[in-house]
Structures are given as structure tokens and as C-alpha cells.
Design a protein around this ligand. Sequence first.
Ligand SMILES: [Zn+2]
Ligand SMILES: [Zn+2]
Length: 163
Amino acid sequence: MQQNYLGKVEVLTLAEDDKELKGACACGNVKYKIEDKPLFTQACHCKNCKLSTGSSFVVHTMVLEKDFLISGDVASITLPTGSGKGYNAYFCIICGVYLFCRYNVSKGRLAIRTKTLENPIEPQAHIFVKDKDPWIEISRKDICHEKMYDREKTWPKESLERI
Ligand SMILES: [Zn+2]
Ligand SMILES: [Zn+2]
């Protein structure tokens, strides 16, 4: 099922100040910005993320949907997740770059594909390390999790208070 993004859409100019986090797709049709601090950034090495990216892992930055502004047309498709609830991945309709997604279990939040940001953020956790490709070596062993982490113990307190 294809559908368009139904969140906040506006025409963005990218000459704005640098306090906001900004990003774009490869062709420049889609631009977005995040108006407040992101909640958490994580790398996921699970099989679903490998397939949807065609690569060894994804890096996602979680934000509140109310802080997210986008211009340019995106299309979306519903894909399966381990929980069975599924998620919607959003793509630029011209170049096909996958920019963000919404997990159906995470109401009011979006996961931005971190590397589409102008100033990408370093992951605060690596998850599903049990499925990690053998040629990837993670130096930060202290932030690795075999599967999913316990959010209450892993996210900063100020982020937990905002969701
Ligand atoms: Zn594009
Ligand atoms: Zn994953």
C-alpha cells in the first residue's frame, strides 16, 4: 500500500540558521529539518534493517513527529517488523532515498535515517549485534546490545521525559 506523508509539510529554505538539524535526499527534491533536540540515535544490525537499506546496518535518529518539518514529495510503503506491527518507510519519489520511517508501535515519533542529515550524529547504542556482519568491528563495546535494549535504562532521562 503506497501513501503520502500526512505530517507537517511546508516549503523549506535551507538558508536558515544552523541550530536546527537539516537533511535532504540525494537529488534535493526532499528537504527536512528537526526543530528540537533528537531523542536518541542508534545503529541496528537486524535482518530487516539490512534488507531495507541493502547494507550492513542502519543508523536511526529518533525525533518527535511534532518537531519534524518536510518539503518535497515522498511516498511510503508498509514493511514488516519483528513485532508484527510493521512500519512505514518514506522515500523521495524521484531518487528513492529512504529518509525516515514511522514504527506503528511508536506513536508520535519518527526514526530519521541519520546519514541523510547534514551533520550526522554518532550512535548512542548498537542493537541486534547478534546479527552483525562478521566484517564489522564496533569499537564501543559498552554501547552494544545483543537484541533490543531496555529504553528506561538506555535513553537519557531528558529524552524519556519528552515521550
Ligand atoms: Zn530525491
Ligand atoms: Zn533493525
